[in-house]
Design a protein around this ligand. Sequence first.
Ligand code: ZN
Ligand code: ZN
Length: 308
Amino acid sequence: MKRFLRVTGWSLLAVVVASSVIVGVRFGIAQAAVDRFDRTPPTRLESIGTVEHLTILPLFEKATSSTDLAMGHGVGYLVQTDAGTILVDVGFNPENLDPSPIEQNMAALGVTLDTIDTIFITHHHPDHTGGVTWWQQGTFSLGTTQVDLADKQILTPIALTYPGAKPEAAAAPRVLAPGIVALGAIPFVDVFPLSLVRPQMIEQVLAVNVADVGVILISGCGHPGLERMVETAEQVLGQPVAGIVGGLHYGEGVTPAVNAGIALLEEHDAALVALSPHDTGAAGLKAFATAFGAAYHPVAVGEPIVVR
Ligand SMILES: [Zn+2]
Ligand SMILES: [Zn+2]
């Protein structure tokens, strides 16, 4: 019995040590990808063009402008411009509702799929891809079934599938339409516990160059960090960032990261700051609201953010 316990103990220890080494190596590889990204300037795009109009209508978020609309943890933004309409992320449906919360909100707000040209998935997390089931299957969905998206341009952060459509994985930055740019693959080390499955992840950010306003970034969770996203945008576009809408992943409290983010956007004299409440807590949002005054805009389902 004693011998059995001794052998079992040593085997357990061996398993723990081996798995820690494997996890450590995988994290190391993920971090190395981020370091490599930081050392390599992304491709500069020439003549990106401008849009005359930009409105961002949140279709799914952790806040709502009316009790008649659904809300939850995640992101789905309708980006409306004169050069095309883009759905950035498709929300979350943890209770498997049919229609899903984002589908309910689209119906309530009169948004139909045929008005959407492009679906832009920022990153492969369940609160941006329609839920855990789709996420596990390496795909995404607006609802409990995968509606026909054959006529849409679909841009995903990593290789994802979708029946009857051809999603394109982000790589180098590219102009999607005059004034609308996909900034390309930005790596990050995934958040625990998702990181145990795949520590190396990619997030992509949309940039819209608005006439007389400048470049507005639209982010999902903002895992790569505001500084890296702004720097990438400025290297790709060759002009300063003028504002940001979406997730910045500050979590709870007014942390040093929150203060650094405020300082960076103040240096940029930001014309628009609209932070997602799904990954930044009330105290952080309040700090940004206080710092930016009239330039700050809350992000809530059904409340359009009209840039121009
Ligand atoms: Zn998120
Ligand atoms: Zn995320």
